[in-house]
Structures are given as structure tokens and as C-alpha cells.
Design a protein around this ligand. Sequence first.
Ligand code: GLA
Length: 727
Amino acid sequence: MITFSLETRTFYLETKNTSYVIRILDNGTIAHSFYGSRIPQEDISYYNIFREMSFSPQISVGENQFSPESLLLEYPTFGRGDFRLPAVVVQGTDGTNVNELQYVSHKILNGKPAMSNMPQLDVNVENVQTLELVLRDAIAGYEAVLYYTTFDTSDVISRRTVIRNIVDSPILLKSVCSASFDIENSDFDMITLHGSWARERHVERYPLHHGTNSIDSRRGASSHQLNPFAAIVGKDTTEFFGTAFGISLIYSGDFRLSVEVDHSDTTRVQIGLNPETFSWVLNPGESFDTPEALLTYSEVGLNGMSQNFHHVCRNHLGKCADPNLRHPVVINSWEAMYFDFDETKMVKFIKDCTDLGIDTVVMDDGWFGHRDDDHSSLGDWFIYDKKLPNGLKEIIDTCHNNGMNFGIWFEPEMISQDSKLFELHPDWCIHIPSRKAIESRNQLILDMTRPEVVDCIFEQMCRILSTYDISYVKWDMNRHMTDNGSLALPCNRQGEMGHRYILGVYKLIQRLEEKYPNVFFEGCSGGGGRFDFGMLYYMPQIWTSDDSDAVERLKIQYGTSFAYPPSAMVAHVSACPNHQTGRTVPLDTRGNVAQTCSFGYEFDVGKLSYEEKEAIKAQISKHRQLEDMVNHGTFYRLRSPFETDCCAWQLVSDNQMQSYVMFAWRTSSPHPKVQYLKLQGLDPQKYYTIPQLGITRIGATLMRVGLAIPMPTTVDYPSVVFDLLSE
Ligand code: GLA
């Protein structure tokens, strides 16, 4: 719900539990008044103190003289007295970066205007309203149109900005945020998700310092290294108590998320494209759309913040919100065979999976061109006849005859120098003619800014997807970007390359999804290198990490859940000793850790014993019991693997009739202490039976007293699970 008070020129944006209040000052500047728990629609203009500051220029507004940097602002600019980070920098018609945006008009719209070329929260949603706020700098020659949409039940406000050239000569957009807002104090910690290949989204918490606290990517992808997400939390905020702002971006390329604390201890929060790798020429009449940012606020701790993100993702984000969505249980050939397979081996691999309950067998890397290792064939999306002389027919028939579907791996954005495509089009890779292009994993990146490149890959993929009955595609992206330039762009537009690349990728996915609406797409980038809301819009699950070790996965999945729901995380049971860490973890712990996500396997079933196969059948049927909670329930983090030697999480069904608790130990210890665990999210008045403990207790008891969990001492890396069932 959005309302405007004419008298105080104040906008009140409300969701179920939050209020966001902004105000038009007399000089047309937009001030930020408040973001937090829901408040009455009173005049809170007294809260914006106008004051003069030393070494800070003063401007007059009506009777008042004040320094712009003394104010909390909404979409600030550079060069007119606010020395903090600007939300937008346009090199205007006068050649300077001095900008000053002033209110022109506004509209309160029912629903949400759509963007044509980027992933975004749904536009056709009931009870959603959008504030469209038009600001103008006539001297620099542009308008900034700010869009705020309130997603009531998710407690999320989405924001994006459109920059429009309003003069008859080009202007240069040098940096642009999707969202910016100020908070009146700086007594916060910042939580971000850092990592590396095979170690994604580890949680890091640190106090804000004066100056800029920022995370970003200039790798051409949202990255394993720093996820486009941050929480700004009170010093005493925990998983269950205290205040938390959450910020994220629906985008898969370079971003910057900055939190600046200034000399008055106010905090400025911004998210948008990374200005180091971005600029955009806007010709007369042209406009530029930023990606959409997501903001949320919780006063019930970090779980509350995460649940808001999970809710908006599962209810309003593209494919994730598809009511017919069903995540298949898959088995993937990668860790079972890597590149070493042919038709005979693949057929055996499929037959070995029969009757376990698996939905889809995925043939991973190595089926195309002449690919025997990672040195060749990317870009040649035709069947490798030495390995698969009969095409895919025999393999797919074997899947179908044994009650399973077939899925296939592509890495559409890449090109190997040893490929037919490279022979034909050596200039299609991203490179700078005067420099030798740098390879990573022996491959180069295709210039997806060029429509002819997108067309060629689209056609090649269509040939495979139209010839064969394929129900699932794993979309990979196995290197980061260097030599950031495009032969298709003139010198003054090279700064557009990174964003145009991502738009080209989105276009390709969109075209394929429109043509093959029944194909399920899974995202991947060397594991979880592009785990972001942009990709999730098209692909409702992403391979969370190339590290399939269950003990490592505790941290990775716990961290990922800060922003993304468990249904978005793909987790597979893989072989032991684990291929990434050499660790041996019991099969039931591997199952327990993976089962609360989008579930599957990643090993050679033919090598398993009868007992292990029976255990897998049981795991899959357990996952079937849990999947409704995984996809629609509420996820609680109970015990942090970053702060303790254990990890626990809990799922609760929407109707609070069912719940499931997973508790795992990350190390073994002699004479271990009993773990006491208070549960969350239950109906305090309902009785719950816990078959594993043989007890029935009231929700209030389970939440206030909790469970006592002794550590099983007979195995390394044990885990236990508890079902809670209410009648
Ligand atoms: C990436 C993926 C893996 C696998 C390989 C194939 O690393 O994350 O799951 O598909 O590529 O080359």
C-alpha cells in the first residue's frame, strides 16, 4: 500500500510489517525519513533535522539554511554539497559530473510496470502498488525515474531506476544505482557472503567502519567470491532477535553494494551496477533501465530477513513462482564418469539407476564436438559421434524404458579455440585485437553482446532440444571475464560490454524457455558462481557448489540460505572419499544434509552395495515426504556452523502440521556434550509426535524447552533428523 500526504509531501510505502517513508523537500530534493517496522502514517518531518555543518556548503530551502550532507537522502548526486556516495553520475551536456536531481512528478500505480529485457519480480500481482517518482536535472540533461513496488506479504520493497536523456545531445551515464537510502545511525554490523570456487557463500560479519564498506564483482558474473547480498544488522541481532535490513539485486553480472558511514555517523546503503566496469552512452530520447533491487527489513532477526527473501522469491520471481513447478530428483553423470563415457557406459549408468525413485538422469559435460577433456569443443553443440555413434536415441530410450527422464549439460556462453565454431568465427570470442586473449579452464567467452552469436548458439541448442526428448538442461558457465571488450561496439561504448553481455545471456535463455516451456533449466557456474536472483528468475534451482562434501555443504548451504530458499539450492549425495576434500562421511549424513534442498545424486550407482541402494531408495522416498516443505515451507537456521562445531536447520510446513529438523556435527569429539536445541515456528498449542524420540509434546514445549540431542559416537561426522507430525 502506498499513500501520499499532500500536506507534508510525504510518501508512505507499507508492507505487512514495514514502513518506508520519504518526503519531498521544498527545494525538490527527496529526503529519506524512515525504513523499519510498520508505523502509523503520522507527520515525521521533525525527524529530518536541517543543520549547517562546518566544511560543508550550505544551501537555502525556504527559511532554512542547511548542508545537504546533513540530511538523509533518497537518490543523491555528486557536486552540490553532498560529499557521500552518489546514486547516479551522469556526465552531462556541460561535460561535468555535477548533478542535482529535483522532484518533477509522481504517480501511484496499481501493479508494477514491466521491464522488457531483464529478470524482475512479477508484474501481475494482486495487492501490489508502485510509486513512480520522476526527478530531473535539466542542466545535466536527464531524468531519473525511481520505481518502488511494495510486496506486502513478503515484506519486500523492490526498487529500480530508469535514466532518460531529455536533451538533444548524448550524455554519458558513468554510474547508476538501483536503490539508495540512508539510515540515521551507524551502530550496525554488516553480514556478507564471501567465498571461492567450491567454498561459496561463507557468512562473514563485521562492524561497519567510517568510510565505505563495500562488496562487488568485476568478474563478469555475480561470482563465487562475493554474492550480491548484504544484511545490515543491529549489534545484538541474532538469528532470532533484533533488526536486520536485507539488500540484494536481481542480476547476474558485475555489481557493487556499498555501505558508507560518514562523519556524522549516518549510513548510506546502495546497490547497483559496478561503476568500474560500466558506463553507458545515452543518445537523445534513449533511456537506461537498472536491474531491480530487493530491500527487506525484519525485527525478528536474520531468520525473519531470510524468510522474507525466500517468500518473495518463491511467490513472485519468474520460474521460482511457477505454481506447477516440481523439482526433479536427478542423478548426474559428472562425478560418476567425468569425461570418460560412451553410449555403453551411459546406458549401464542409467539402467543401474532403475527403481531407485530417480526422476531424471543428467548427462553432463563431454557429449559434444570431440570433447574428451576440457581443452576442446565448447561452441560445437552437436553429438560426439565417437562416444555416441547412435546419437542420444538409445540413451533417452533407456531412460524412458526405465521410468526416468533425460537431462543434458550445456555451457552455451563459451568457446574453445579447438572447435569448429572457433575455426569459422575466431572473432566471436571476447578479446581485444591488440592483446592475446587470456584463457581460463582452456576456454574463451563468446561475445554475447552480438545478436549473431546469440542466434548461432540458440540454433545449435534448438537442434538438440528439438531432435530429442529432453526434459532438463543444466546451464553451466565455467570461467570469469577478462579482456572486457567487444568488437561490435565503438570505442566510446566499450563500457557497455559487461551489461550487454548479461542482457545477451538473458535473451538467449528467454528465447529457449519460450520455445521449450516444458524443459526444466538448472543454473550452474563452476558450482555456485552465479547464484543470484537474476538466474533464479529463469532457472528455479542452481547447483550450489562443486564441493559436494556434506560437511563443507553445511556452511555453504547455511550461508546460501541467508538470501535464497532451500528449493533453489541443488544438493547431491556424492561418493566417498569425497572428490573435492577426500573426506568420508556416512551415507545417512550425506543424505540428511542434501535432502532439505532440491535433491539428487552424483555417483556411480553400479558401484554401490545392495544395502546402499536400499538406503538411497529410502532417502528418495524421505525426500518425497519433505519436498512440499522444502518448496513451500518456512526454513529456519537453528545452529550456525560458522560459530559452532554443529549445524542445525528446520523446515516447517505452511499449516504448521509438519516439521523436520536436521542436526549435524562437523567434527568428532571424545566424551561429547549433549546438544540442546530449541525449535522454531511451531504452533505453540499443537501436539507434535517425534517418532525418532518416541515422544509427543506441545509446540510451546518444543520451542521453549527444546530437544536434547546426544552425539552418536560410533561414526565420524554423524547427523540426526527429527520428524515432527501433528494430527
Ligand atoms: C562445472 C560444474 C560441474 C560440471 C563441470 C563439467 O564445474 O559445476 O558440475 O558440470 O563443470 O565440466
